[in-house]
Design a protein around this ligand. Structure first.
Ligand code: AFP
Length: 337
């Protein structure tokens, strides 16, 4: 079977793309290089001193893992040199990262979660890098946050690298979703999952059900529906929850299902749940929509939300179209009651 590398795939599709300039290919190639470096380090975890916490707390108030910090540094170091970005933002940095004066700038804005699921690293659970790419309006320098806060619908590309049993890249530029697997013997990502489509109805629901007592009634009704028979499948779904969004999402993308991270009352400072709109929900929403699925905060399409802050959190229901519709139906009914 002829094997297509991700670079060949990019060059082939570049012709059909509105971003038909080599700059976007350059951006993605640099991102791929950063991910290969992170993948190499993640695969050595346990052998070298990269497990555990740094002792610091990040902008989200979470303990920083050594590998988290490493992945963040690699990505920033690589991407600020790419010559095509006007700014970078990371889940780990409170503010946008400006491109140093010595490097050329461009009009793309990159935001990422460097190592999603990192609290699982020490247990050898799959983690990943989630990324989202925008193009800023003409004339914007990228110095002001307000120029960079855009609706998810304006993403020009998004995806993730999954460091699992193998390392994968799954991405979209708005023309379907394609998956590539890293062949470590040649150091290339090879097309392994062309044109991924997610089933319209899933078999799996993924939620941290331990938060049941912190949920409102409609949320409990939704989770009960997937455990019962009043759902698009007409029979109970299987429960699967890794606690690493990128891994839970990837499994559900391939097999069908719904991932839920609702709002809850655990922490009054985080009434919108835990997940971040810009570096988690938006990129995965772009991927799932391109694969035939859907993503909502319970009321609005994730991609239609106008962000107000860089680290804004959002309730997230994402996956198979009919399963997400069930969530919207129950919340919609509750709003009218
Ligand atoms: P970490 O990156 O700190 O491990 O957080 C992972 C995450 O943001 C996301 O990947 C999971 O889906 C979610 O948190 C799990 O959160 P709970 O532990 O509250 O279920």
């Amino acid at each position: 079977m002829p094997q297509i590398t991700v670079t060949e795939h990019l060059l082939l599709h570049q012709k059909e793309s509105p971003m038909a300039s080599g700059r976007f290919t350059r951006l993605l190639n640099d991102l791929i290089l950063a991910a290969k470096i992170i993948s190499r380090e993640v695969s050595k975890a346990g052998l070298v001193d990269v497990l555990g916490f740094t002792g610091e707390v990040n902008v989200q108030g979470e303990q920083v893992q050594k590998l988290d910090e490493y992945a963040n540094k690699v990505l920033i170091h690589r991407m600020e040199r790419a010559g095509v970005l006007c700014a970078i933002a990371s889940e780990e940095n409170a503010d946008i990262v400006r491109i140093p004066d010595q490097f050329p700038k461009g009009d793309y804005f990159l935001i990422f979660d460097p190592l999603d699921g990192s609290s699982n690293i020490d247990a050898n659970v799959n983690v990943g890098t989630i990324f989202s790419i925008y193009r800023v309006a003409e004339g914007c320098s990228g110095d002001k946050l307000c120029d960079l806060l855009m609706q998810g619908a304006k993403q020009v590309a998004a995806g993730y690298f999954l460091y699992g049993t193998s390392t994968m890249l799954v991405y979209t530029t708005g023309r379907g979703v394609h998956g590539f697997t890293l062949d470590p013997s040649v150091g290339e990502f090879l097309l392994s999952h062309p044109d991924i489509r997610t089933p319209e109805t899933g078999k799996v629901y993924s939620v941290n059900e331990a938060y049941w007592s912190y949920w409102d009634e409609p949320t409990r009704e939704i989770v009960s529906a997937f455990k019962g028979t009043d759902n698009p499948r007409g029979q109970p779904y299987g429960g699967r929850y890794i606690g690493s969004l990128v891994a839970d999402f990837h499994r559900n993308l391939l097999y069908g299902g719904i991932f839920l991270y609702p709002a809850d009352t655990r922490d009054p400072k985080k009434p919108q749940g835990k997940l971040r709109l810009l570096c988690e929900a938006n990129p995965l929403a772009f991927v799932i929509e391109q694969a035939g699925g859907a993503a909502t905060d319970g009321e609005r399409d994730i991609l239609s939300i106008e962000p107000e802050e860089l680290h804004q959190r959002v309730p997230l229901f994402i996956g198979s179209k009919n399963d997400v519709a069930k969530v919207m139906e129950i919340y919609g009914r509750a709003r009218k009651a």
